[in-house]
Write a protein that binds this ligand. Structure first.
Ligand code: SF4
Length: 345
């Protein structure tokens, strides 16, 4: 009989699983706390459960775990973790320290089907979705090494293309008996899967980041193929409809690419497009990488764009390129390691 990985369960699913074994539902909370607050990797550690119950659990269930196969540290403190999955695939997580808010960027898929032109992960195509356990185990593994304050689903993959498992992982991350992250500290980033945005908002309270990156459908069609299915108008309508708790904003991610989307006209259009959405803008100067013809914007064009938004009272942050010496941008670690492995074969 194949054993059940209990890290694939939300608390309510675990309660049902435990009830099916004739045990009280509150036992599920005890197990959940062991998994996500005590980082237990073995039922034997769960000493407030009877020995018989622990033995029974061991017969039918198991606790999955991830250990980093490689960790690279950048001069600016950014750390990149490579995790090898049970089937041999690999994903990465990136830990980005900041003065008061260390953020862990986690992956939701192996590869990605969205094919954004500026992204290295997109060139790997989609291999498969991560399980709920594989998503939360990235957090367990990094928390063992470093404190983590914020979680962003901005690593490999389009989280909303793996919606069922991502929603379950979000429930575990924010459960008071699970990881106990405040919903203010957890952000899901999407390239713009419009129907799934509504489903996400109806299922969990979470921060939303939308990767916009263009101000006309013509440009967005070219750099983000998802736009041909859900054009800018539909995407922004979904942003406006997204249920936000009071005093929260949608983050509009805008990767600036030289000569593609970095003009003052783009800045003007951007201000108009987001004028009726509670939002803040993250400007991210494009990081040049092998195999992609796009170029980084000039500092002047970034400064001009930033200033125009500020002058129009848009909340804007220009993100510095963290970890560029270790290729910590989306998907680059796996890219490099896989190339290395291929060269060794
Ligand atoms: S930017 Fe995100 S959605 Fe687009 S290809 Fe890369 S990982 Fe996928």
């Amino acid at each position: 009989m194949e054993k059940t990985d209990i890290k694939n369960f939300t608390l309510s699913e675990l309660e049902a699983y435990i009830a099916g074994k004739g045990k009280e539902r509150f036992r599920a909370k005890q197990i959940f706390k062991w998994l996500y607050q005590q980082d237990a990797v073995d039922f034997a550690e769960m000493t407030n459960l009877s020995k018989e119950f622990r033995q029974e659990l061991e017969k039918t269930s198991w606790i999955s775990n991830l250990e980093a196969e490689a960790v690279e540290a950048s001069a600016d403190g950014t750390k990149k973790y490579l995790f090898r999955l049970a089937d041999g695939n690999a994903v990465e997580s990136v830990l980005i320290p900041d003065e008061d808010r260390t953020t862990l960027c986690i992956s939701s898929q192996v590869g990605c089907a969205m094919g954004c032109e500026f992204c290295l992960t997109g060139t790997f195509k989609l291999t498969r979705n991560l399980t709920t356990a594989e998503i939360v185990n990235q957090v367990c593994a990094v928390k063992r090494q470093e404190p983590v304050r914020n979680i962003v689903f901005m690593g490999m993959g389009e989280p909303l293309a793996n919606l069922k498992n991502v929603i379950k992982a979000l429930k575990i991350l924010t459960d008071p008996d699970g990881f106990q992250f405040s919903t203010r500290k957890v952000t899901v980033s999407t390239s713009g899967l419009v129907p799934e945005m509504a489903e996400l908002g109806a299922s969990v309270t979470v921060n939303l980041a939308v990767s916009l990156n263009a101000t006309t459908d013509e440009v967005r069609d070219r750099i983000m193929p998802i736009n041909r299915r859900y054009p800018i108008k539909d995407l922004l309508a979904a942003c406006k409809a997204f249920p936000l708790p009071s005093r929260r904003w949608i983050t509009i991610e805008y990767v600036m690419i030289r000569g593609v989307n970095d003009s003052l006209d783009d800045a003007k259009r951007l201000v108009r497009l987001i004028s009726n959405i509670p939002s803040k803008v993250n400007l991210i100067p494009f990081n040049e990488h092998d195999g992609c013809a796009f170029q980084s914007p000039t500092q002047d064009s970034v400064d001009r764009f930033h200033k125009y938004l500020l002058d129009k009272h848009v909340t804007v942050i220009t993100r510095s390129s963290r970890g560029s010496d270790i290729s910590a941008a989306c998907g680059q670690l796996k890219g490099r390691l896989d190339k290395k492995n291929q060269a060794e074969v």
